[in-house]
Write a protein that binds this ligand. Structure first.
Ligand SMILES: [Zn+2]
Ligand SMILES: [Zn+2]
Length: 134
């Protein structure tokens, strides 16, 4: 029997791992949980933190006023605010799915657990590649 011990490389930001340090380094640079990422889709280097803070402040202002703990997902007015902000985020990043996911993921981390963004990342990625073929 042969036993081999191999190094496993883990992304510092998400759960992804693999046996190639080269590939993991490349992934980390583009990982959508890395706020200093370079986008592998649109090629952009974006000030994600600034944009996330701006969106977070707006969501807080519009939804999470102190003394209004009754805000829940069942409230259609509430979901409308999130839906509208998502449309703006998509527009802000010129539909780049990886940039949008980076922002949405970080916002979800910062916001209360009942907040959801109706964003279909896989479908948006498919649309993106469809668009680049033209
Ligand atoms: Zn990662
Ligand atoms: Zn991008």
């Amino acid at each position: 029997m042969i036993t081999k011990t191999k190094k496993v490389y883990y992304c510092s930001y998400c759960k992804k791992h693999g046996l190639s340090s080269y590939h993991m380094k490349r992934h980390e640079e583009r990982c959508t949980r890395n706020l200093d990422r370079v986008c592998g889709f649109c090629g952009g280097r974006v000030e994600y933190r600034e944009k996330i803070t701006a969106y977070k402040n707006r969501i807080d202002k519009e939804l999470l006023q102190p003394g209004e703990p009754g805000m829940v997902t069942e409230d259609p007015a509430y979901q409308k605010v999130i839906d509208d902000i998502l449309i703006e985020i998509i527009d802000d990043f010129e539909t780049c799915p990886a940039c949008v996911l980076t922002v949405v993921r970080e916002l979800l981390r910062q916001l209360p657990p009942w907040v959801t963004f109706n964003y279909d990342y896989k479908a948006e990625v498919a649309k993106w590649w469809e668009g680049t073929k033209e």
